[in-house]
Design a protein around this ligand. Structure first.
Ligand code: PLP
Length: 396
C-alpha cells in the first residue's frame, strides 16, 4: 500500500504530464502530423553545436575517472568557478565558486533549497499563475504553499495582496520570470517593490525571508527585454538556474543554485544544501554535463525560432478573437478562454486534436497555456482549429 501522502500526489498528478501521454495516444490514432500538441515545455530547438563538440572533446580528451567519477556534493570547483565568472561578467556581481552549487536541473535545485530552509508548517509564497510543481516541492518538506491571486491585467505579481499574505511563518517566496505559463517578465519596478516589501516585513517580524528565483527561462527573452538579476535587489535572494531550456538539455538534468555571501546564514545554507543534495539521493549533479556546460556558458539556442513561433501564434490568435498578453519571454502563451470553464475549453480543444493545458493547473482558472516550443508548421496547421473553437464558443 502506498503512503497517504503519495496517494494525494497521485490524485493531483500533473495534468500536463497526462496531456503529454494523451498526445502520444492521439498521434497513434490520427498520425503525429494531425495532432497539435502544445502541452509540454519540451524545447523544440536543438542544443547548440557547441554542446555536441564539448561532449566529444571531453570524452576523447579528458581522464575518464574525472569525467564519470564522484566529486564534491556541490559539484566540480572548476565548473562552479567558471559559472561564477560568467555570471559576474554578465551582471556585474562578485560571486566565487563558493556561491555556486550544481543541481539536478531547476527542479533539483528548488528541492535542495526547500529542504535546506523549511521547517514543517513554514510558508512559501508564490504568485499565480505559477508552475504547478511548486505544490509538490513545498509539500515534500511539509511546507505550506501560499498563493497570491493573479493580476490578470498584465500578470505582474499582485503586490498589495502579497504584502498581506506575509506572516511570521513566511520562510520563502518563489518567483519565476520569464514566467511559465504567461511568458511575462517581471519588471525592474516590480522587483524593487517586491524587495522593499520583503525588507519591511523582515524587520516587522524579525525573520529572514528568502527570495527564491526559479530561472529556467532567463535566456529566452525577446525584443531585448531585460530580466533583472535579483541578487542585486535583495540580499536574501537565492537563484535556481537551469540549462534545460537555455541550452535545450532538459533530459540531462543540469542546473545550479547561487547563494550570495550576504544571504542570512550563508555558511549554514551552503553546508546544508550540500548535505541535502546528498541525502535527497542526487549525491551530485550529473558529472559529464557539469563539464559540458562549463564549456558552453556563452553558447545560445536559436531563440529566433521561438520568436517566429511567438509572432505567428500571437497574431493568429488575436485575429481569431482571443485575448492574451504578448509573451516577453519563455515559450508559453496564456490565453483567456472564451468560456469560463478552462477545463471544458481544453476538452473541446482536444476534440480538434489541439492539446493545451487549463489555467487551473497554474492556479489561474479561466485561462489556458499554449506551449509554442513546437514546429512552425504545427502552429500554422493548428490556427484554423483555434479559430473554429472560438467560433463555436461564441455560438453557444
Ligand atoms: N521551473 C519552471 C517554471 C519550469 O517551467 C520548469 C520546467 O518546465 C522547471 C522549473 C523545471 O526545470 P528543470 O528541467 O530545470 O528541472
Amino acid at each position: 500500500m502506498i503512503s497517504e501522502r503519495m496517494k494525494e500526489q497521485v490524485q493531483g498528478s500533473s495534468i500536463i504530464r497526462a496531456m503529454f501521454e494523451e498526445g502520444k495516444k492521439l498521434a497513434q490514432i490520427y498520425g503525429a502530423e494531425n495532432v497539435f500538441d502544445f502541452s509540454l515545455g519540451n524545447p523544440s530547438v536543438p542544443a547548440p553545436e557547441a554542446v555536441k563538440e564539448a561532449i566529444i572533446e571531453i570524452i576523447n580528451n579528458e581522464d575518464a575517472m574525472t569525467v564519470h567519477g564522484y566529486m564534491n556534493n556541490s559539484g566540480y570547483e572548476v565548473v562552479r568557478a567558471a559559472i561564477a565568472a560568467s555570471i559576474n561578467h554578465k551582471y556585474g556581481t562578485a560571486f566565487s565558486q563558493d556561491n555556486i552549487i550544481m543541481t539536478v536541473g531547476a527542479a533539483g535545485g528548488i528541492n535542495v533549497i526547500f529542504k535546506t530552509l523549511l521547517n514543517p508548517g513554514d510558508e512559501v509564497i508564490t504568485f499565480a499563475p505559477f508552475f504547478g510543481e511548486y505544490r509538490g516541492y513545498a509539500a515534500n518538506y511539509d511546507g505550506k504553499l501560499v498563493i497570491v491571486s493573479p493580476n490578470t491585467v498584465d500578470f505582474q505579481p499582485n503586490l498589495s495582496e502579497f504584502r498581506e499574505k506575509i506572516t511570521p511563518k513566511t520562510k520563502a517566496v518563489i518567483v519565476n520570470s520569464p514566467n511559465n505559463p504567461t511568458g511575462v517578465i517581471y519588471s525592474e519596478a516590480t522587483i524593487k517593490t517586491l524587495a522593499a516589501i520583503l525588507e519591511e516585513k523582515q524587520k516587522e517580524y524579525a525573520t529572514d525571508i528568502y527570495l527564491v528565483s526559479d530561472e529556467p527561462y532567463r535566456e529566452l527573452a525577446y525584443d531585448n527585454t531585460e530580466v533583472p538579476y535579483l541578487t542585486k535587489y535583495y540580499r536574501n535572494t537565492i537563484i535556481g538556474y537551469s540549462f534545460s531550456k537555455s541550452l535545450s538539455l532538459p533530459g540531462e538534468r543540469i542546473g545550479y543554485l547561487v547563494v550570495p555571501d550576504e544571504a542570512a546564514d550563508y555558511e549554514n545554507i551552503i553546508a546544508a544544501a550540500n548535505i541535502a543534495t546528498r541525502i535527497l539521493g542526487f549525491v551530485n549533479a550529473p558529472s559529464l554535463f557539469q563539464h559540458v556546460i562549463a564549456r558552453c556558458l556563452d553558447a545560445k539556442v536559436d531563440i529566433d525560432a521561438y520568436n517566429r513561433n511567438r509572432e505567428l501564434l500571437y497574431n493568429g490568435l488575436l485575429s481569431s478573437g482571443y485575448e492574451c498578453i504578448k509573451p516577453q519571454g519563455a515559450f508559453y502563451l496564456f490565453i483567456k478562454t472564451p468560456i469560463d470553464d478552462d477545463i471544458e475549453f481544453c476538452d473541446r480543444a482536444k476534440k480538434k486534436n489541439i492539446l493545451i493545458v487549463p489555467g487551473t493547473s497554474f492556479g489561474c482558472a479561466g485561462y489556458a497555456r499554449i506551449a509554442y516550443c513546437v514546429a512552425y508548421n504545427t502552429i500554422e496547421k493548428a490556427l484554423p482549429g483555434f479559430k473554429e473553437l472560438m467560433d463555436e464558443c461564441r455560438e453557444h
